[in-house]
Design a protein. Structure first.
Lengths: 467, 60
């Protein structure tokens, strides 16, 4: 299989499929063969579903041949983080706890991707229950970074990030409670959107922390990300957190420049609150300079300290996650991996008043951020403070949880989009994060597309896999 | 491993934790104590929490 087909984008593949120049069956077959050949080195998948995929691809091909093209996702291979339900398939959450758990119905996001004609290739590795990891004491090994398999690929949507970078698929779903879409996007040089809280249904997705959980698209390019969000966004009355807001055309602003846009830089997150790796800081400074030279109006904005968002978010996360896991922690603590068990036990001694004070504080933080955003169209800041560390570096892995600027936007619920922003001297991806107003995802895509076109970072692929 | 820690876990219903698990429990709760110290003091008494109960059937 040529690297061209492996790294074909969703938008390009959709055009070829619609024009009947690319067969969904051949495309899925080629990707499945690539996964079979390479994934033993990267562990992106927990379970491949080739028979199901080829059946769906044949059905898509027949419909398209008969002139019934459903849209850009028709015949498109994709994969799901294994905390998202697919009817009749196991949902394991990468945990011994859920072995034998078969989903009775699709998650709403699965329904939407299937209705759009998607071709599910399989279920992807995650940190256990989207919280522990990377772990070597679970029934499946942790995913590895395709840019250097000795390095961490981020998490918890680790298989989604790794599989995209490896050219196994062009579209996947991840989930993000404290940064779990944006972290693997940062580590793997891919594109990850944590949409506005409530934008995408969570029904049928294993919960971690109810008020912080988000589902979102992970792709290699901005355009592909917008296409996938278009498919999954929308109100779901069965999800109590779902927002009854209209869904705009996420591609509407793609191709526009950034002249006159007011972009706030949240620099203190990565230069003062936490001091970022110099290469990462330089990449962010270069991105801001590029946008300024292209006509954006740049100003620095000040938010509460990163550590305040982190504390508020961690208290809420710990309390809500403990509510989900309490019974298993009491009855089957030995069935968790060490990392997940330790992180989940953090909620055991929290008092009701601690949780309530945190959710009261949350509104104060949200309001202060809203005030700082009043006169800007969007903001730019760091996602990760460092390139991916080695997967066996315990100290660096531990610091990965706090050397990041993602949790603020789980706390506020605003959309955050992470895109590649260059490479370290060691050849590992660097990244940036764009942050919008609630339901302002289209604006983030506009600026991200402009930056992607100007820099070409997404055209690079891991050398070991791109030949 | 102190008996105090084991008793604390038992009080919470976590009586199946092994010695290794109890070490993790101690690290986790110590880390959480540090986060709790950042909670603000003196919030206005009328400051509402982020999630408010709504009666079923209300206009959302």
């Amino acid at each position: 299989m040529s690297a061209d087909l492996a790294y074909l984008g969703l938008a390009e593949a959709a055009e070829l499929i619609r024009a009947k120049k690319l067969s969904p069956v051949e495309y899925a077959t080629a990707l499945l063969a690539r996964i079979e050949h390479h994934d033993s080195k990267y562990n992106a998948f927990i379970a491949l579903t080739p028979e199901r995929a080829l059946k769906a691809a044949r059905a898509a091909e027949a419909e398209i041949t008969a002139g019934r093209w459903r849209g850009p996702f028709h015949g498109m291979p994709y994969a799901l983080k294994d905390i998202i339900d697919v009817e009749s398939l196991p949902t394991t959450a990468h945990s011994k706890i859920l072995i034998g758990n078969i989903a009775r119905r699709h998650a709403v996001v699965t329904e939407r991707l299937e209705a759009a004609g998607g071709v599910l290739l399989g279920k992807l590795s995650t940190h256990e229950f989207a919280i522990g990891g990377p772990s070597f004491d679970l029934p499946w090994p942790p995913a590895r970074n395709p840019w250097n398999r000795d390095h961490f690929c981020g998490g918890s949507s680790s298989g989604s990030g790794a599989g995209l970078a490896a050219g196994f698929f062009s579209a996947a779903l991840g989930t993000d409670t404290g940064g779990s879409i944006r972290n693997p996007a940062s580590m793997c040089g891919t594109t990850g959107m944590k949409p506005t809280y409530g934008r995408v249904s969570r029904r049928g997705v294993a919960p971690l922390a109810f008020s912080l959980d988000h589902v979102g698209p992970m792709t290699r390019t901005v355009r592909d990300n917008a296409l996938m969000l278009q498919v999954i966004a929308g109100h779901d009355p069965s999800d109590p957190g779902s927002a009854d807001e209209s869904v705009p055309d996420y591609g509407a602003l793609l191709g526009l420049d950034v002249r006159g846009l007011r972009i706030g830089v949240i620099r203190h997150f990565y230069t003062k609150d936490v001091v970022g790796n110099p290469e990462q800081v330089e990449a962010l400074d270069d991105a801001v300079k590029l946008l300024a030279e292209a006509g954006a109006e740049i100003s620095e904005i000040i938010l509460p300290a990163l550590q305040d968002f982190s504390a508020c978010g961690q208290i809420i996360l710990a309390a809500e996650a403990y509510a989900v896991h309490e019974q298993w922690l009491k009855e089957r603590p030995e069935d968790y991996g060490a990392r997940a068990r330790e992180r989940l036990l953090a909620g055991a001694t929290l008092r009701a008043v601690d949780y309530l004070q945190a959710v009261r504080w949350r509104l104060q933080l949200r309001d202060r951020v809203a005030a700082a955003f009043a006169n800007i169209d969007l903001a730019i800041t760091a996602s990760s403070m460092d390139p991916a560390c080695r997967i066996d570096d315990e100290e660096a892995l531990a610091s990965n949880y706090w050397r990041q600027a993602r949790m603020p936007f789980n706390v506020t619920g605003q959309p955050g989009l992470v895109i590649p922003a260059g490479f370290s001297n060691g050849g590992l991806p660097l990244s940036l994060q764009l942050v919008g107003h609630p339901f302002g995802e289209a604006m983030l895509y506009r600026v991200a597309q402009f930056y992607e076109d100007a820099t070409g970072w997404t055209k690079r692929h891991p050398p070991a896999l791109s030949e | 491993m102190t008996e105090e820690l084991r008793d604390k876990a038992r009080t919470l219903g976590l009586d199946r934790l092994t010695a290794e698990h109890l070490k993790q429990f101690e690290r986790a709760t110590t880390g959480m104590e540090r986060q709790l110290q950042r909670l603000p003091h003196g919030m206005p008494t009328a400051q509402e929490p982020a999630h408010v109960y709504r009666a079923k059937g209300d206009t959302q």
